[in-house]
Design a protein around this ligand. Structure first.
Ligand code: ASP
Ligand code: MG
Length: 437
């Protein structure tokens, strides 16, 4: 059972967690927790300040964090457990200020305290056994973005002492040499999936602050319905295309072991949530959900030299590659290529280089809308319905993903709301009651 930052943000929230664990654990359980509230952001910020010479401001921020944590810990008689970590943190902050530098390794050291603190507090609150995730999650040395070493991790997990309830911090691990590392932002879901897979859990529950996955991105459209069940492949696709409920790599270890993952709301535990399963149950709707990504830049590259020539695309992509700029969507014709990017740091340099061989135009403030669903591949007429539903909205680009379970289009950000509304009305007019709530 994994609980995110907002599910442990206060003593009252942690009480709710305790209640949910009591009610909903089907047997012995490992509870994976994120850092309290926005702790990780605050830790990273104060570490940067310290290394930039703003020592005083960093220490004030640390005091705020300490006050917040002591407040919560006090409620559960756990303050004695967090004295030492806060003393260490203060030392690290002073050290960073003296050194005036911040390596990925020291960023991990600082960020790890979020989960180290939350996990001991929650363990105390639940009267549970505490396990230090760094003794179980073995990772490589790519600090701030470390990858788990599965064999070593699963072998360590098999030695996890048996207990009715064990609490462990998410997001953090350690290298084989024992140096603290982190799995990347939002990594607690990933931890839950790795631990669940390693322990061959019957189920992985991700407790968050929404009712589960919805038929449309709630930030854009509020009339969405809950998706009761979705396949691993669809969930990964949705996460990749902007759904915020789940970290994309989260599903991998669980998928490999065929363990179902449920997304549940810790504020409304009675709602059945979304269950992610290996194979989608049959569904009468072609589309399961509409995901959106804003702040997209569309790059159009045209050249008659492309006509009948080879090697042109390679030359273009070589430029994007050299500037480490990922390309998301792509469409080509005989004489032009359109593509989207969401990192524009190096765009001016990229454009300058490509302009030597082609005409380039750039359009900012675009959005990607993705229809996701395994049925898209064998339902004829989806594209026709899509264009009819969109009516006068200008579609800048369209592409059917290689996985064939997503159909993505680019529209201007100013058309996004209308586009999602229209598509939702078209594809979710009738709902298969087995799949949607
Ligand atoms: N606390 C970490 C973060 O904020 C990990 C997580 O919440 O999943 O990124
Ligand atoms: Mg979080």
């Amino acid at each position: 059972m994994k609980f995110g930052g907002s599910s442990v943000e206060s003593a009252a929230a942690i009480e709710r967690v305790a209640e949910i664990v009591r009610q909903r654990a089907p047997g012995p359980v490992v509870v994976v927790v994120s850092a309290i509230g926005k702790t990780t952001n605050r830790l990273l910020e104060l570490a940067r300040e310290a290394a930039n010479g703003q020592r005083q401001s960093a220490l004030v921020k640390l005091d705020d964090l300490r006050a917040q944590h002591f407040d919560i810990a006090d409620h559960f008689g756990a303050t004695h457990l967090i004295d030492q970590p806060f003393a260490e943190l203060a030392e690290i902050v002073r050290g960073l200020a003296v050194l005036g530098e911040l390596t990925p390794r020291s960023l991990d050291a600082v960020a790890s305290y979020g989960e180290r603190l939350s996990s001991v507090i929650v363990a105390q609150a639940l009267g549970a056994r505490h396990a230090d995730a760094r003794d179980y999650l073995v990772t490589d040395e790519r600090h701030t973005q470390a990858a788990p070493l599965y064999e070593a991790t699963y072998s360590r997990l098999s030695e996890l002492p048996k207990a009715e309830v064990t609490v462990m911090g998410g997001f953090i691990g350690a290298t084989a040499a024992g140096v603290t590392s982190t799995l990347g932002r939002g990594g607690s879901d990933f931890t839950a999936s790795i631990v669940g897979a390693g322990l061959k859990a019957s189920e992985i529950q991700i407790w968050t602050d929404v009712d589960g996955m919805l038929t449309a991105d709630p930030r854009v459209f509020s009339g969405g319905h809950r998706v009761k069940t979705i396949s691993f492949a669809e969930a990964a696709e949705l996460a990749y295309f902007g759904a915020k409920v789940l970290h994309p790599s989260t599903v991998l270890p669980a998928m490999e072991k065929g363990i179902p993952v449920s997304i549940l709301n810790s504020r409304r535990p009675e709602v059945e949530g979304t269950r992610i399963v290996a194979h989608a149950v049959p569904c009468r709707n072609a589309v399961k959900s509409i995901a959106c990504k804003t702040n997209i830049t569309l790059v159009n590259i045209a050249s008659t030299r492309m006509l009948m020539a080879h090697g042109f695309l390679r030359r273009i992509f070589e430029v994007f590659d050299r500037y480490e700029t990922p390309v998301d969507m792509l469409a080509t014709s005989e004489v032009s290529v359109s593509l989207t990017i969401d990192t524009v740091t190096h765009l001016p340099a990229i454009v300058r280089e490509i302009e030597e061989i082609a005409d380039v135009t750039v359009e900012t403030a675009q959005a990607i809308v993705s229809l996701v669903g395994e049925n898209i591949r064998h339902t004829p007429g989806v594209a026709a319905r899509l264009f009819t539903a969109l009516g006068p909205i200008n579609v800048r680009m369209i592409s059917q993903g290689a996985s064939r379970m997503n159909l993505s289009l680019v529209v201007a950000e100013s058309d996004l709301r209308k586009a999602v509304e229209s598509l939702h009305a078209e594809f979710f007019r009738e709902l298969d009651p087995e799949v949607f709530a």
